[in-house]
Design a protein around this ligand. Structure first.
Ligand code: ATP
Length: 235
């Protein structure tokens, strides 16, 4: 579904992604694991069109999307839930969700997706008139995910959905990520919480300073001594 071929991404003369290649198959949950500053967010932003790779290519369903603007990428079926949620704080929950569907014209489909999002996140339905900026961190995370789903993506990019959330809420968010995947959306998940990420992902890539240093199925990485020591608290 998504194929990344040897991309390099720079911020000015900082070489943040140094030749990354990876692939995501339809229906999978794939996770990117790595320490602070490894380049995980940079990679997601490059896929979603917020950054342009200097070299290399990104193919989505066989078509090159590298260097497309963000709106064109959303239209092609890729949505991102950014790190730190970024909801429109002065708007209501409902208005935030409407904005997620701004590229669509199929009114019936949009109505169906409102229902689906409210089914996944009953809390958003309860709070649909509330100003988004007054919601808790967890509720804002749900809203950011709901808003991305309103574009009806085939590939959903999630940047650190567990950041700053209490453990119980992290569990809920991960359960919902799994549900979204089971209803047919392919997922690329960036996480510092490697334990949780590997518990729901099919496969994982480990990034260190802009390069992939290891990849495999979640089971393989869970059993890797190197990963246990570096990312899973060792045993
Ligand atoms: P974190 O988990 O802390 O978000 P990350 O793996 O997502 O880390 P990135 O945010 O992708 O890492 O950063 C990769 C590298 O690029 C880091 O060295 C970072 O300092 C640098 N970088 C990120 N954004 C910018 C920017 N706007 N300008 C310059 N350098 C940047």
């Amino acid at each position: 579904m998504l194929q990344i071929n040897d991309i390099h991404v720079y911020y000015g003369n900082i070489h943040a992604i140094k030749g990354i290649s990876l692939e995501i198959n339809q229906g999978e949950i794939v996770t990117l694991i790595g320490a602070n500053g490894a380049g995980k967010s940079t990679l997601l932003k490059t896929i979603s069109g917020l950054l342009k790779p200097k070299n290399g290519d990104i193919l989505f369903e066989g078509q090159s999307v590298a260097g497309n603007v963000a709106q064109a990428i959303v239209k092609k079926g890729i949505s991102q839930v950014p790190e730190g949620r970024r909801v429109f704080s002065n708007m209501s929950v409902e208005e935030n969700l409407e904005l997620g569907a701004y590229i669509r014209k199929d009114k019936q489909g949009i109505r169906e997706d409102f229902d689906k999002v409210y089914q996944l996140f009953p809390r958003l339905h309860e709070r649909r008139k509330q100003q988004a900026g007054t919601m808790s961190g967890g509720e804002q995370q749900m809203l950011a995910m709901g808003r991305a789903l309103m574009a009806r993506p085939r590939l959903l990019l999630l940047d650190e959905p567990s950041m700053g959330l209490a453990p119980l809420l992290v569990k809920t968010i991960f359960r919902i990520i799994k549900e979204i995947n089971q209803s047919g959306t392919t997922i690329l998940l960036v996480e510092q919480n490697a334990n949780m990420a590997l518990s729901i992902a099919d496969r994982a890539y480990v990034i260190e300073t802009g390069k992939i240093v290891l990849s495999g199925t979640s089971d393989e990485l869970n059993q890797s001594e190197q990963i246990q020591m570096a990312y899973l608290g060792g045993h």
